[in-house]
Design a protein around this ligand. Structure first.
Ligand SMILES: *[C@@H]1O[C@H](CO)[C@@H](O)[C@H](O)[C@H]1NC(C)=O
Ligand SMILES: *[C@@H]1O[C@H](CO)[C@@H](O)[C@H](O)[C@H]1NC(C)=O
Length: 953
């Protein structure tokens, strides 16, 4: 949903004479101007030069690089160090040497800082730095919303003390495989994995902490050099487009450089419409002029190939090279910018070193370092802190049909009927803001949606669901129960005068719920109970939009930074997590509304680290263009690498009208996004899948049916992600971590470890270049044609399909009968598609549960392992406990059948297939071109819940 409508219906009436706010006029003008343009308005958003703390920290970095023999002015006091119960503490002293003395401007500097290094039981290390006696306490309340559980210190470490180089070393980890080497002056921490330097803090000497100070501390009259002026820019207030950020707390930013020695590729820090392997923003030949920015914003029709901030922020970065991997999580929800530079290695390696420089506007310096040793271990370590993806409702991995707007109940019934007529499966029909009574969420337009129960029942009868939009801006209206209650309970965000903040959004004058207030979450959640949300049923789910939050009249279209939350927390300190707190409260509401706990489904536009615990996200308001389609893949891969696997991009593009070929190609790729939804702007032409005629309808139908045939595989991947925190769609390098050719590959990806997908993102293309990694075979998904890796090959990609290949050594579970919805497939038999590797082996899994409750967490699920070894396919249970009789799901479904088994990649002809002792008739043939034999068992009649074997000879 974009925020500056170009049509009349949704446009909020402009503020009238009632406005008391002097700042309103400029907005009225800028709103009007925006109505006439269609591309991103760059000037609505700050550049680094327009942001005080960004300028100050970047100027500091320039000062450092322009100063010969620059040394960090921070040193650690050796006499202060203490290591107890896995926590090292010490005093950091800011003591400028001559080389750094000119950095002394920028006000009085507190000389005393503390450092804590926590060795954690997950093998992660937490490093915190703060002022010792701050004049103003910094916001340090993030962990309650971000971390899933209290951290546990490790007992697995040895303190080696100071060595002859004066370094203080701690070895840690279960094998003591990791070390932290601390240098006192200038202060630096180097992390080593198995003796190899892997991540270094403050190697570039850019650590800077702006000590809280009062105005009088710095109100001297010295004349400043240009550099000094930049080092002090915007410390006490800052104006952007006629809105003044009053900064009552003064400057409190901090920055630090984090170096990945001999690692050329770093990934993560979504959300940006940029490449998978992050680009350089500093140094000779920098690819971007601006740093990557993390600040949740409503940026419409966003620019491609840009480090500009978008809707979500996850300050997690992964560095990966052939022989080492490291991760860092910068736990801060204030505005953050990250510079990236590639410098020559100092170790003599031929690879360059990546140096990153992170700076945040407020809060405390609090980061986590993960050393793996493998990239998979890093995801386990990171997700043990911030949580893994919640196992979703199984319907939600089906196909979603959305548009701004399905305008009436009649429209809904007709669209639903179109799917029936054209035999296209779908699971969810979505209603955007127009379904409400005057943009009052939790209500229905009484004219257009007179009987929401009936409408939901109509869909539910076919196993389908509905989603309605619920946004965080609350219409100011005493007659609206949500507005009245929140006012009476003082649950709204305040302005800098501690009066309820009001701003402009869809409903006109609006207010925002303060989720920092501990009472707000439960109150908001309670609004989803069936009796409060009139017209809702247990098949109605939720979409949280505009939760950056988007405020049409606010600075950069969001809340002012000096707005106040509960307990005098400035919005500045928690901006990037606001949307995730809203998402969490909504998810809580959905899961607790029923007498039995149900899994929620909530889609959110804004996100932060940990949002995976609440539901799915999408990439916001993209455009119906080939470029936006193409950038969706690296964006989704990046979001997944930051621990949030359940994501999608609007299929077809939100703005504009896709030509039918683009729409079809997008469906073909979207069928392999974890979250698969088509969505369209109010001004765009209708584009339900059958509206373009043949051959498009058939091609789109085939794409959606492919998704449905693979739902068992997808659901199994979600279960794996919910255990290990691994992404569901994965960059090639994730599966082929030592193949350097994959490190920047972003135009093809893996789904789990089994399927390779190459979207076709060029108009008219019927041939695609696909990189087949590894030394094994790849089997074309639709016709079984064989490709042998490694290397790039040109393959055909006619209009009706995109390249999808199954990797040798894998087994993919499918359900092959098309149905209306995922619900209607739940009694269908399975097909196992086996792709043998050169050793004649393959492996796969299948996870099943009731798809909606939490009974699985008590053991009511089926988890099978399929394995081919020595010409025998076996199925065995991986359930943690075998207590089948007491569980309703297991009781009902363990006799579901595996009906068909396809064996590909056999090196010898097969003359006999024996299923649990019974010889069976099969189809088989010799594929001469593919140098393989294929065998298909079509009536296997094997129960999914039992152990069995199929032997080939
Ligand atoms: C609660 O959930 C169960 C299971 O989905 C459903 O059968 C029941 O009708 C729900 N209760 C209400 C009041 O909708
Ligand atoms: C399939 O197996 C079931 C037992 O699981 C058996 O009762 C049934 O007769 C079998 N069907 C066929 C066609 O072999």
């Amino acid at each position: 949903m974009f925020n500056r409508p170009r049509m009349h219906r949704s446009r909020p009436p402009l503020p009238g004479s009632a406005s008391r706010r002097t700042v309103l006029w400029p907005f009225v003008i800028s709103l009007t101007v925006v109505l006439m343009v269609s591309a991103v308005k760059q000037e609505d958003f700050k550049t680094c030069a327009q942001s005080g703390f960004c300028t100050r920290n970047r100027a500091y970095a320039e000062l450092a690089s322009g100063t010969p023999d620059w040394e960090s002015p921070f040193r650690l006091d050796p006499t202060s160090l203490q290591l107890e119960d896995g926590v090292l503490t010490g005093d950091l002293i800011h003591a400028p040497t001559s080389s750094s003395s000119s950095a002394e401007s920028g006000g009085a500097l507190n000389a005393g800082y503390t450092i804590e290094v926590h060795l954690l039981d997950s093998d992660a290390v937490r490093v915190r730095m703060n002022e010792r006696d701050p004049k103003r306490r910094r916001y340090d309340g993030l962990q309650k919303s971000v971390l899933v559980k209290p951290l546990v210190s490790s007992t697995q470490y040895d303190q080696l003390g100071r060595d002859e180089d004066g370094l203080f070393t701690i070895n840690y980890g279960s094998r003591r495989q990791n070390s932290a080497r601390i240098r006192f002056a200038p202060f630096q921490i180097e992390f080593l994995a198995d003796g190899v330097s892997t991540l270094v803090l403050n190697e570039g000497g850019l650590l800077k902490i702006e000590a809280a100070q009062v105005w009088s501390d710095v109100a001297d009259t010295r004349t400043r050099t240009p550099m000094e002026r930049r080092l002090e820019q915007g410390m006490w207030s800052e104006r952007f487009k006629d809105i003044i950020d009053t900064k009552p707390r003064g400057p409190e930013s901090f920055g630090l450089d984090i170096t990945f020695p001999d690692i050329e590729d770093v990934y993560g820090i979504p959300e940006h419409a940029s490449s998978l392997s992050l680009k350089t923003t500093r140094g000779p030949g920098a690819q971007y002029n601006e740093p990557y920015r993390l600040y949740n914003l409503d940026v419409f029709e966003y620019e491609i190939d840009s480090p500009m901030a978008l809707y979500g922020s996850i300050p997690f970065m992964l560095g990966h090279s052939k022989d080492k991997t490291a991760g860092v999580f910068w736990m801060n929800a204030a505005e953050t910018w990250i510079d990236i530079e590639k410098i020559e290695s100092t170790s003599g390696s031929s690879r360059r070193t990546t140096r990153t420089h992170w700076y945040s506007e407020a809060g405390v310096l609090d980061l986590f370092v993960f050393l793996g040793p493998t990239h998979r271990d890093i995801f386990k370590q990171y997700s043990s802190l911030v949580g893994t993806t919640a196992l979703p409702q199984s319907f939600s991995i089906g196909y979603h049909q959305c548009r701004w707007n399905y305008i009436s109940q009649k429209d809904v019934i007709e669209v639903d009927a179109g799917f029936e007529t054209h035999e296209i499966p779908y699971d969810v029909l979505w209603l955007d803001i127009e379904h409400t009574n005057g943009k009052r969420y939790f209500t229905w337009d009484p004219k257009q949606f007179p009987d929401p129960f009936d409408m939901q029942l109509h869909l539910a009868n076919k196993g389908r669901k509905m989603v309605t939009i619920i946004d965080p801006h609350i219409k100011m209206d005493r007659g609206y129960h949500i507005s009245k209650e929140a006012t009476d309970k003082s649950l709204f965000v305040m302005n800098n005068h501690l009066k309820p903040f009001d701003g402009w959004c869809w409903p006109g004058s609006s207010q925002w719920i303060d989720f920092e207030n501990p009472r707000a979450k439960d109150w908001w959640a309670s609004q989803f109970s069936y009796d409060r949300y009139k017209g809702s049923t247990n098949t109605l789910f939720t979409w949280n939009d505009m939760n950056e939050p988007s405020v049409f009249t606010g600075p950069e279209i969001t809340l002012p930074k000096d707005a106040m939350h509960y307990n005098r927390v400035e919005h500045r300190s928690i901006h990037n997590i606001y949307g995730a707190m809203f998402h969490a409260a909504t998810a809580q509401g959905l899961s607790t509304r029923n007498e039995t706990l149900q899994r929620p489904f909530v889609l959110s536009r804004a996100f932060f680290a940990g949002s995976q615990r609440y539901g799915s996200v999408w990439t916001g308001d993209n455009k119906a263009s080939w470029e936006h389609f193409e950038v969706a893949a690296p964006m989704l891969l990046t979001i997944g690498l930051a621990g949030l696997p359940f994501s999608g991009a609007d299929v077809g593009g939100f703005f504009g009208d896709p030509e039918p070929e683009l729409l079809t190609r997008w469906y073909q790729a979207g069928a392999f996004y974890p979250f698969f939804r088509a969505h369209a702007h109010l001004d765009s032409k209708r584009r339900e899948p059958w509206l373009f005629g043949e051959p498009y309808t058939s091609q789109i139908r085939a794409a959606i049916r492919t998704r449905y045939s693979l739902l068992p595989f997808w659901y199994t991947l979600f279960q794996e992600a919910s255990m290990d925190g691994v992404p569901i769609i994965r960059p090639m390098f994730f599966e082929f971590p030592s193949d350097e050719a994959t490190y920047r590959m972003e135009d093809q990806f893996m789904v789990g470890e089994a399927l390779l997908v190459k979207p076709v993102t060029t108009a008219g293309a019927t041939q695609s270049e696909v990189y087949f990694a590894g030394n094994e075979k790849w089997f074309e998904f639709y016709d079984g044609q064989v490709k042998q890796g490694p290397g790039v090959q040109s393959v055909s990609s006619p209009a009706y399909k995109i390249p999808v290949y199954q990797r040798a050594g894998t087994i993919v579970p499918k359900r092959e009968t098309p149905r209306r919805s995922s619900k209607e497939m739940e009694n269908d038999p399975f097909t196992l598609v086996v792709a043998l590797d050169s050793k004649g082996e393959a492996y796969g899994r299948l996870y099943l549960d009731d798809g909606e409750s939490y009974e699985y967490s008590r053991g009511d699920y089926i988890l099978r392992e399929f394995k081919v070894q020595g010409s025998v396919l076996t199925s065995r249970s991986l359930n943690r406990q075998e207590s089948e009789t007491e569980w309703s799901f297991i009781r009902r479904y363990s006799s579901l059948k595996v009906e068909r088994i396809v064996f590909q990649g056999l090196s010898e002809p097969v003359s006999r297939v024996v299923i649990d002792g019974r010889p069976t008739v099969v189809e088989s043939w010799h594929d001469v071109a593919g140098k393989q034999h294929v065998v298909i068992v079509s009536r296997a009649n094997l129960s999914i819940g039992q152990d069995w074997s199929v032997s080939l000879s």
